[in-house]
Design a protein around this ligand. Structure first.
Ligand SMILES: Cc1ncc(COP(=O)(O)O)c(C=O)c1O
Length: 390
């Protein structure tokens, strides 16, 4: 094992390793970002890397909502919800998301990361077992690790594997929790929600589904993909405001009883300052827009479907599991993905290379994400640029 004389040696060695393996990350300040166009070094780039799927981040209604809430309530919430930071607008937003998701209650969290790392350890402890899809987001993985429950990862979307694990563990643990995403953040494919509900029932497990990338985009009202299969049987539906809803923060949609439990037990709720009024004002406006501007949802889905079709049929690129607005193009090695992203930048597109540890080793990729800010022309031009790169 390497031993280090001082912290500088350790840091230099780690950074060198990241660099040698093509995994060094750096910040890239933008000079502007409006309506899907990013400005950098004086050059506009069409942004195909954003999670602002409905193009709401700079919508006038969100900006107005934020301003009004800030004028009325101030810049900060002043304390955690359980102290003096519990504002009437927090409750209004919780009711709105409960109605959207078809659950009794909503509960806000500072971010999706905080929600996952607070809720999972609240639900499970040392004597429990958690079944987590292999491709789950880092915040879910960290939530499981913090819980100290037995951590069982099942092969991505493989319900037979999950059932085998459930069977072999039956009655060995006090409680079991299955945790998945409904639309996977880096693969863009969907979880088999009906089968998960069936397994939940058959084995008496709890089921938690992270809808970070489905809320706003899927469902007749933008409610996500769970409702059709039966939202009432999903114990915890989690989502963020930082993606299709264009804002910041996160929420769970749950039963009244579960809400009561979580606000008493989830440490990232209890010991963290409440979301600020401006953020809540913007989030409230965004939830309202889901109903008022459904055409945004339709546009994203149509453009994404055209991108997926053309990649396969016109470019012969079949190596994408996508069933959503997230369309990854698998490259394999990190350097290859980085140089493709670079050539797309030269062609006027901002696309991020996604590398390990965000995705499994050997599966570096370009993650294309379609938003309502794009036009069919943008998608066609991107495809043209891709056709010369592959
Ligand atoms: C599936 C999933 N859950 C949770 C999060 C974290 O959400 P937030 O950005 O609000 O912390 C992300 C963010 O990328 C995500 O993709």
């Amino acid at each position: 094992m390497d031993s280090f004389e001082n912290i500088t040696d350790f840091i230099d060695s780690e950074l060198r390793l990241q660099n040698e393996t093509g995994m060094l990350r750096s910040l890239f300040p933008l000079e502007g970002s409006q309506r899907g166009l990013i400005e950098t070094e004086g050059k506009p780039l069409v942004d195909f890397s954003s999670n602002d799927y409905l193009g709401l981040a700079d919508h006038p209604a969100l900006i107005e909502g934020a301003k009004k809430a800030m004028e009325k309530w101030g810049a900060g919430a002043r304390a955690s919800r359980l102290m003096s930071g519990d504002l009437e607008i927090h409750h209004r937003l919780e009711s709105a998301i409960a109605a959207l998701k078809g659950k009794e209650a909503g509960l806000l969290f500072g971010s999706g990361y905080l929600a996952n790392t607070g809720i999972i350890p609240a639900l499970c402890g040392r004597n429990d077992v958690i079944y987590s899809d292999r491709l789950n987001h880092a915040s879910i993985v960290d939530g499981v690790l913090l819980s100290r429950a037995r951590f069982c990862r099942f092969r991505h979307n493989d319900m037979n594997h999950l059932e085998d694990l459930l069977k072999s563990h039956k009655s060995r643990y006090r409680k079991a929790l299955i945790v998945v995403e409904s639309v996977y953040s880096m693969d863009g494919d969907q979880a088999p929600v009906s089968e998960l509900l069936e397994l939940r029932g058959r084995y008496g497990a709890m089921l938690m589904i992270d809808e970070a990338h489905a809320t706003g985009v899927f469902g007749a009202k933008g409610e996500g993909i769970i409702s059709q299969a039966g939202a009432e049987s999903v114990d915890v539906i989690l989502s963020t405001f930082g993606k299709a809803l264009g804002g910041y923060g996160a929420f769970v949609a749950v039963s009244n009883r579960m809400k009561q439990f979580l606000l008493n037990r989830a440490k990232t709720f209890i010991f963290s300052t409440a979301l600020p009024p401006a953020v809540i004002g913007a989030n409230l406006a965004a939830v309202k827009l889901l109903e008022e501007e459904p055409e945004r949802r339709t546009r994203v889905c149509e453009l994404a479907s055209e991108l997926r079709r053309a990649l396969k049929e016109d470019l012969g690129f079949i190596n994408t599991p996508s069933e959503s607005q997230i369309v990854p193009m698998m490259v394999g090695d990190s350097q290859g993905a980085l140089s493709l992203a670079e050539s797309l930048r030269d062609a006027g597109f901002f696309v991020k290379a996604i590398r390990p540890p965000t995705v499994p080793e050997g599966t570096a990729r370009l993650r294309l994400s379609v938003t309502a800010n794009h036009s069919l022309k943008d998608v066609r031009q991107l495809l043209e640029a891709l056709s010369s790169g592959f």
